[in-house]
Write a protein that binds this ligand. Sequence first.
Ligand code: MG
Length: 316
Amino acid sequence: MTNRRTFLRNASLLTVGGLVAAGQTGRAALSGSPSVDAKKQLGLQIYSLGQELGKDVPGGLKKVAQMGYTVLELAGYNKEGKIGAVTMADFKKYADDAGLKIVSSHLNPPVREYNEGNLEQIKDFWKLAAEHHAGIGCKYIIQPGQPSTRSTEEVAFVGKVFNEAGKIAQAAGLQFGYHNHDGEFATVVPGGTEPLPRRRGFGRQPEGAKIIYDGMLEATDPSLVVFENDVYWTVMGQKDPVAYMKKYPDRIRLLHIKDVAVLGESGMMNFQKIYETAYANGIKDYFVELEGYAGGTQFEGVKGCADYLKQARFVK
Ligand code: MG
């Protein structure tokens, strides 16, 4: 018996068949429907390649493009203004030659403890870094390292420094952002000297207690600072990245797509929910990240991640 659901499914199949029959094959006719063939925008954080990339940057980037990646987030910016041993200009040329677009870069100021005494030093770092990155057409400069945040006061001051970095980035035509690990999901208190022990079950938090990540979101100006949520590290912090994306749709504007190792192999990460929420929020920039990979070379692991995203029907 044909029920309504079966009818609708058959009708939609007929529609696709009709388009194909009319000769409107290809991406335009099927735009919006996920396809394993369509070219997806796949981002890679180059840290994922570890030391292997440095052996042959031009050849390595070509391999990355062949895997299906289209955009890059850099790592390894140093005080010589290079990415590892390669000048920014050369890196951009190698990326261009491979057909890859550099969208973002990870870099940390030279100090971890922020105070009024070193604020100018931190600002000087961002000024030079912003100049270098604007020169290669990068869109984002992202801080991936957690500054000292032992109390709510330190979190508030870090927010102030991030706002300054945001102003410097904007003056250079860039956007400043912050990338988390799991440490930001610890809780701190006013006047604290270290995060509170991890909370279990019921029980009241002390007065004024705050999750560091929430404090960073509240202490930063939405017009100056965006957040690149590392979904794996958020889960490792015992929090739900989807809940954060839903709560802060205008603040979390980039993602790190990461699993224990190759994407989709563990049972820990609900990438379908993560991508659905990202698309609902209009997030366009995300980068695959892989840490030390025991199953093969870093290049092999990074290819496994690309293969997973290419075949995943929820990735557009
Ligand atoms: Mg990450």
